[in-house]
Design a protein around this ligand. Structure first.
Ligand SMILES: [Zn+2]
Length: 463
């Protein structure tokens, strides 16, 4: 059974998706106003681990990650650079996708952009006005937090501290200042705006996620993720907007990832204590070592970033690669051993059990490194055989379907007897002996080699 800590209940709960075997997952994406720092990627890597683990356990996962390409920060950035908003955000959207590729973060099914969903946002805001949860003031529209009785359920905000009727326009604010928040901000000088039936302006940040999640995942879905700093006000406000609008429960499980800190302080743009992917690559670190570092501390614990720790992750990663190299190149004797099969089963079990328990990554990583340590001893004692080596390689590859810290499997060269057959077929084709050529092609197919004739000659791949 898979269990997760649900921020909404404050407890570890068994995970039960709405539709058996399927998971609908929403992850708050980047605000594209600057180069992301590695603290941002801690949350995306946690979400990727979660997704990959669910897929590994047989779930069909649909993931949506929004791109916030209009908000206070992006507008400020575009104005400072004196360019159009979309020109400004385009650059950082590109950087974001380059970075997630380097970190082996699997692609979401949808990356909706806020600016492409303004009519849907206007629709939800209109509904909230009609239902009496929202009101107009000076051309802007605010959500009235006192109207929504469930306000504060996620962040456990002290309801006595609520200041209903007082308004806040800014997208981000502290827990101590819970106010009616802006759904729609009236048109201002030097700001992009959209025309709607309730007047020109632009959306607030929170409404973006309410609209884009329900559009792609439905009004009620399984898991919503983000960093702990999203809990208030962002996620609290998402719940208020969505539930007030639909009258249904918005999300069943809320999972939040803790901060990446540097010297005890949260890594943040505003503090200037951050590193970008470029900083990591410029110092010659493998982005996948960073991935391993960022996922190797449990997601609900704070993680202190140091280059020393990054170096240790790099060494751990190298240990896995060395192990694979040994398995591929050691002259093993023919045969197999029950001990090795048993060890693999045992550690695969520990790996799954660990991750099933609220993504307990320490248990999962221990399973892998224990297996490597024990097998290395067995190899030195001559107790590992050729079949075992194959099974071990495929078990490491299985673990890596979840961790995704190894580079793509390199194509191994074909054995010489196969290469010879391909040449023979080429010769037959040149001599117009198509019967022989087809015969050889079929033989190779049975051995798992698919041939493709292109204008540049024949190409092969493994089936
Ligand atoms: Zn969001």
């Amino acid at each position: 059974m898979i269990k997760f800590f649900n921020t909404l209940s404050g407890k570890i709960e068994p995970f039960k998706p709405i539709v058996s075997g399927e998971v609908k997952l929403y992850t708050c994406g980047p605000t594209v106003y600057d180069y992301p720092h590695i603290g941002n990627f801690r949350a995306y890597i946690f979400e990727d681990l979660l997704k990959r683990f669910l897929v590994f356990m047989g779930y069909k996962v649909t993931q949506v990650m929004n791109i916030t390409d209009v908000d206070d920060k992006t507008i400020r950035g575009a104005n400072a650079d004196e360019v159009e908003l979309n020109e400004f955000t385009k650059k950082f959207i590109g950087v974001f996708f380059e970075n997630i590729e380097a970190l082996n973060i699997s692609k979401a099914d949808h990356y909706p952009r806020a600016t492409e969903h303004i009519p849907e946002m206007a629709e939800m805001i209109k509904g909230l006005l009609e239902k009496g949860y929202a009101y107009k003031k000076d051309g802007s529209i605010y959500f009235s937090i006192e109207k929504f009785l469930g306000y504060g359920q996620l962040s456990n905000i002290n309801l006595e501290e609520l200041r209903p009727g007082q308004r806040i326009e800014s997208d981000e604010y502290e827990k101590e200042s819970a106010h009616d928040f802006a759904l729609w901000k009236s048109k201002k000088e030097n700001e992009p705006f959209w025309e709607t039936e309730f007047g020109p302006g632009r959306p607030g940040w929170h409404i973006e996620c309410s609209v884009m999640s329900s559009k792609y995942l439905g009004q009620t879905f399984d898991i919503h993720c983000g960093g702990v700093d999203n809990i208030f006000p962002h996620h609290e406000n998402e719940i208020a907007q969505s539930e007030a609008y639909s009258g249904k429960k918005f999300v069943n499980y809320w999972l939040h990832c803790h901060h990446l800190v540097v010297g005890g302080e949260k890594m943040a743009k505003s503090k200037g204590n951050f590193y970008t992917m470029k900083d990591i690559i410029d110092r010659n670190y493998d982005p996948l070592a960073l991935r391993l570092l960022l996922l190797s501390t449990h997601y609900r614990k704070m993680l202190n970033f140091t280059f020393e720790a990054l170096g240790q992750s790099d060494a751990s990663l190298q240990r896995i690669k060395d192990f694979l190299y040994e398995l591929r190149n050691h002259p093993f004797e023919e045969g197999e051993s029950k001990d090795v099969s048993q060890l693999i089963d045992e550690q695969m079990n520990n790996f799954k059990k660990g991750l099933s328990n609220d993504l307990n990554i320490s248990v999962a990583l221990t399973a892998i490194f224990d297996m490597i340590r024990k097998v290395n001893i067995l190899i030195s004692q001559g107790k590992v055989y050729s079949k075992d080596a194959e099974k071990l390689i495929s078990s490491i590859r299985s673990f890596d379907r979840v961790l995704a810290v190894l580079p793509e499997e390199e194509e191994e060269p074909l054995p010489p007897e196969i290469m010879k057959k391909i040449e023979e077929r080429e010769k037959a084709r040149r001599e117009n002996n198509y019967t022989l050529a087809d015969e050889i092609r079929n033989q190779l197919l049975q051995q798992g080699i698919v041939l493709e004739d292109t204008k540049d000659g024949v190409r092969w791949k493994r089936k």
